[in-house]
Design a binder for this molecule. Sequence first.
Ligand code: PDD
Length: 290
Amino acid sequence: MSVYPITLSQTTFVHRDSLKYPFEERGLQFGDGVYEVIRIYNGQYYLLTEHVDRLFRSAEAIKMELPFSKEEITNQLIELLERNDMNNDGKVYLQATRGSAPRDHVFPKDAEANFYAYVLDLPRNMDNFRNGVGTITHEDLRWANCYIKSLNLLPNVLAKQTAKENGCYEAILHKDGVVTECSSSNIYLVKDGKIYTHPTTKQILHGCVRIRVEQFVKSLEIPFIEEAFTLNDIQTADELFLSSSTSEVLPVVSVDGKTIQDGKPGSITKQLQHEYEKDANIQGTIQHMN
Ligand code: PDD
């Protein structure tokens, strides 16, 4: 697998082991950068345009100029898959930072953005997809600009680690009992045939899969209500599910050790999983019953 760093003036494709990364680097020292994780199915990107658009929005939000246009980076990301003979399910990780410069909080005057992207295999987790996952609840300790996909992920990392230590897949983040999202995914609650999720304010990441989930929900004529729900609402939820590029559309079957209903994926969640597989053009594995 290759890694390819891009500077303002050149693009290079190199083997990942030969990449040298400077230690006085603003991504490393300040988390001063932004990133994306893009899903690949059968060697094809899923939601590439949405990810590239969000990369540019994130960069603008931190006043960072990217060293390429949307069209250039799109073409280079496609070339990355070709050079890696990528035909499997996988993901591309990419990050752009404010560059290499002597450590100083103030933006460096002449530094060029550092950018790299690389591809990894990522087989689908069909066990999770079919049976759902357990979660914990966790205080949302992040900053006020979670809509920026910034490299600063320590609160997310710590929350997810706590989930893992409790035998769970994800941490549901809340501020004073109001659920925002999860450590690395968006979350939705189903009650009385309606779907609730946090509005796309600055408090959550505006997920690319969330864009699609909203479309699926609307096409199924299910009410999509962009209103935050609470930890109390979870107690009586009919269904709960997550979305992200790596988790897809994923049923949540327990929260803090208590099952959601009978502890099995709910029917609306399964319908949305079915829509997801159709949209991503992947093997349909979910049979849903209306
Ligand atoms: N995470 N919310 C947070 C906090 C996330 O980190 C992510 C994605 C999402 C879902 O976004 P999308 O649908 O665009 O993948 C929501 C990625 C997968 C990660 O950091 O690995």
